[in-house]
Design a protein around this ligand. Structure first.
Ligand code: SF4
Length: 356
């Protein structure tokens, strides 16, 4: 059974006064029809008909798009009233939304509380002042700490979204942003490598040679460092990278090679490879000298099997190529947690005995 499902509702922020360089909302909202509360109802009903049975353990209505709490309060209330109706009837379990850190105050949170909202995600993007400035975010890091503390104080579940590779960004700044996120201690996080979308200022900067997108390898390296910091702190990383459906659904097109459809697997695959390598090297270092190839079984949880193998089998090829003395099989073990591994080298006891 699917544990968790989200019914996404895209609410564009018409008239957003901000100028984030990576965003093309102004272009989109200029030629798209405004979403009405009735549209929200129709979208939810449509999703409900396509949901797999049995119902997921948790079903959420999530308002994404621009900055939900930046739209006029009456409009927020009209959308939320529809969502609350489904929640009150027990059809959905949670109401979820995303917004900017500087669009949070007590008046806004009181209103969200009155509609029984559960999860608020903040589009923080970076904690570095220069990255925020060069990206045209229009807010500083101080308001992220204030808003986060207010949101948690009201009892909402807090989420933090970070971007990797914005103008002025670096590995050190990415690590700093991940550490500051841990200090705030949200329940959930999303990591988005920057994608250059056409019709954005970022795209113009790229074409003028003022901005260089990260290579996929560099984006994976930075995201992996952030992922490990957040994961070690017990923060649930609910998304890594955009899905192609996100981009198509928003009517966007991508410029340059800044999008990889399996980005999460690239990151998690590298994490799996690092962990397996360290267990394997430790095990082999403890084993006495041997001449015959060793039958080796590497186990992961069923959910992380594809990460263990790697995108397009890259990890399988890596281990086969780098450990020619092993005959490796990759297997699953339901008792293992995600991203935990067990390695069995067949006959290892005999090798030990032979060398005693
Ligand atoms: S990312 Fe959000 S806040 Fe920034 S310009 Fe786009 S809609 Fe406005």
């Amino acid at each position: 059974m699917k544990k968790h499902a989200i019914i996404p509702i895209f609410i564009p922020h018409k008239g957003c006064p901000n100028d984030c360089v990576f965003c093309n909302q102004k272009k989109i909202t200029a030629h798209t029809k405004a979403v009405t509360p009735e549209d929200v109802r129709a979208t939810v009903d449509q999703w409900l008909t396509t949901l797999s049975q049995p119902k997921p353990e948790t079903l959420e209505i999530a308002f994404f798009g621009g900055s939900f709490t930046g739209i006029p309060m009456e409009e927020q209330s009209a959308y939320l009233a529809v969502a609350k109706e489904y929640k009150d009837k027990g059809i959905i379990d949670k109401i979820h939304l995303s917004t900017r850190p500087d669009y949070i105050d007590e008046r806004i949170l009181d209103n969200l509380k009155s509609f029984d909202v559960d999860v608020i995600e903040l589009g923080v993007q970076s904690f570095d002042p220069e990255v925020l400035k060069l990206s045209g975010r229009g807010h500083n890091a101080a308001c992220v700490y204030e808003s986060s503390s207010l949101i948690k104080g009201y009892g909402f579940t807090l989420g933090i979204q970070l971007m990797i590779g914005l103008p002025g960004d670096s590995m050190e700044k990415c690590v700093y942003s991940a550490r500051e996120t841990v200090a705030i201690s949200p329940a959930i996080a999303r990591l988005y490598p920057t994608v250059v979308i056409e019709d954005t200022e970022l795209c113009a900067m790229y074409e003028r040679g003022e901005y260089e997108p990260l290579s996929t390898d560099e984006a994976v390296l930075r995201t992996k460092a952030m992922y490990e910091i957040l994961d070690d702190a017990g923060i649930n990383i609910i998304r890594v990278g955009l899905k192609s459906s996100d981009i198509i659904a928003d009517g966007n097109s991508i410029s340059g090679k800044t999008f990889h459809p399996a980005f999460r697997q690239l990151v998690e695959g590298e994490i799996a490879r690092d962990r397996i390598t360290s267990i394997l090297d430790r095990k082999l270092a403890e084993l006495p000298h041997h001449e015959n190839p060793l039958m080796t079984d590497i186990y992961s949880s069923p959910g992380w099997y594809s990460n263990m193998i790697g995108n397009s089998g890259v990890n399988r090829d890596y281990f086969t190529g780098n450990y020619p003395g092993l005959l490796i099989k990759f297997k699953t073990d339901e008792s293992l947690a995600d991203n935990a591994y067990r390695i069995e080298i067949k006959g290892e006891k005999k090798i030990w005995k032979r060398n005693l």
